[in-house]
Write a protein that binds this ligand. Structure first.
Ligand code: DLL
Length: 434
């Protein structure tokens, strides 16, 4: 189903006119309402009237995650906090998390793009949808929830966890759609098998999976294990949450809702635009957001883009599946983790050295695991086992509470971890995602 045919299948000139009109308004809006953006534009010697069409977007400066972090909690907001209806928070490096806010109009926009996305995945008004993303500060659960409500679906807000109950409710209520992380759906399938239930007998026909990197190989595995059509949904809290881009049932890339989130692909090193089809960093401008509109936001996600019309009839551009990230953030079970968070936790504990390595892996049941190897002081290795055990527990606690995930910790002797010249390789990702 196409939720908003007029926009999703618009003539390319019409789409460009909408984008131009919106960008012109946006330049004035941020200049008048955001102190941070006014300063940024003044520094570049740009005034809002320099922006006459979407083609002028490259005159505007980039926005980085640091801009959000540095303006913690609300300084980047372009509206008085009294007008903010909802706040979400996403994890980041040590220190301040990233705070995002939505006015009522922004929530309405979110509902619309999430509804477009569910419909694009193959959902219809009247379908039952089981939402097994986390609800709360994370944008996954509530974003899909607003979209499902807007579409007119029947929502089963199971959230994450209590897998046996998820399975029972699926069997009893028979939802046609399921939305969760790709690793969680495979975990659910494993759990079904262990209960003696064939996952293929599930009622789910459509899957809306995202929030972490996954390959087409994993997609095929999900399809064949559960007998459904797995589609990819992309989004990030800074832009809106889930509902920035979504695969249709042809699964030839993710349709990016470019009337609202204008995409550019750039070379992350030079900042220059790249030609169609070439992989680079995705940069997004939110064309109509009120609370925190972002100009040329550097997502750090690596994709390529195509402007060709899709077989489904949609004319909006399509991005590839996320190929990687320009920074070292890893996503484990849907939680964003930066190596520096581990460093931060370790540095609070005596006896550890700032040499560590993260090993990310995926169990056969598709559950991500994170093992942290930590070098400890030579002296400690001559100590009794009990002291080492205690240290390990202390480290585990510090890391678990910093990153919000249960990790396993292994203490290693000094100089066991390989050293490299220049940047050290902190992360070994064995999940084979790219
Ligand atoms: O993960 C929003 C979301 C929720 C998207 C539910 C889809 C479904 P954040 O926690 O801010 O927001 O994390 C954003 O997650 O920059 C990507 O690196 C990664 N990511 C999101 N979707 C995908 C995807 C949500 N489909 C960061 N494939 C982004 C690969 C994804 N990576």
């Amino acid at each position: 189903m196409i939720y908003n045919e007029k926009i999703e299948c618009a003539n390319k000139e019409d789409l460009k006119n909408i984008q131009s009109e919106r960008l012109v308004k946006l330049a004035k809006y941020i200049y008048d309402n955001s102190f941070v953006y006014k300063q940024k534009l003044d520094k570049e010697g740009i005034i809002p009237t320099d922006i006459k069409s979407i083609d002028n977007i490259t005159k505007l400066p980039f926005t980085y995650k640091e801009d959000l972090r540095d303006s913690y909690p609300f300084s980047l907001f372009s509206t008085d906090i009294k007008n903010v209806a909802e706040i979400h928070v996403s994890s980041g490096t040590t220190g301040n998390p990233t705070v995002v806010g939505y006015t009522k109009r922004d929530l309405n926009l979110w509902a619309n793009v999430a509804a477009r996305s569910i419909a694009c995945a193959g959902g219809n008004k009247g379908d039952k949808i089981q939402i097994s993303y986390g609800y709360g500060l994370f944008t996954g659960g509530l974003g899909i929830h607003y979209g499902a409500l807007r579409l007119g679906a029947t929502i089963i807000p199971t959230a994450t966890g209590q897998t046996k109950r998820q399975i029972k409710l699926m069997q009893d209520f028979k939802p046609r759609i399921v939305a969760c992380t790709p690793s969680y759906i495979l975990y659910i399938a494993e759990e079904m098998k262990s209960l003696g239930i064939d996952p293929k007998t599930s009622s789910w026909e459509v899957g809306i999976f995202g929030s972490e990197p996954w390959t087409t190989a994993m997609r095929d595995k999900i399809d064949s294990t559960l007998g459904l059509t797995a589609t990819d949904i992309y989004g990030l809290s800074e832009i809106i949450g889930p509902g920035v881009a979504q695969e249709c049932t042809y699964r030839q890339g993710l349709h990016i809702w470019s009337d609202l989130f204008f995409p550019e692909i750039i070379d992350p090193k030079t900042g220059k635009s790249l030609p169609e089809g070439q992989a680079g960093e995705l940069v997004i401008t939110t064309l109509t957001k009120q609370a925190i509109p972002l100009i040329r936001y550097r997502t750090r996600d690596i994709v390529s883009i195509t402007y060709e019309t899709c077989k489904c009839g949609r004319t909006v551009p399509r991005i590839s599946k996320i190929k990687g990230r320009t920074d070292d953030m890893i996503i484990v079970r849907g939680i964003n983790i930066f190596p520096t968070q581990i460093e931060f936790a370790l540095l609070q504990i005596d006896g550890t050295l700032p040499n560590y390595q993260l090993i990310v892996d995926r169990t056969p049941s598709a559950l991500d695991t994170l093992e942290v190897l930590v070098e400890v002081d030579e002296k400690l290795f001559t100590d009794e086992i009990k002291a080492l055990e205690n240290l390990k527990i202390k480290i585990k606690r510090a890391i678990d509470s910093t990153v919000g995930l249960g990790v396993s910790v292994k203490l290693v002797e000094p100089k066991t971890l390989t050293r490299t010249e220049g940047k050290s390789k902190r992360v070994i990702d064995k999940r084979n995602l790219h």
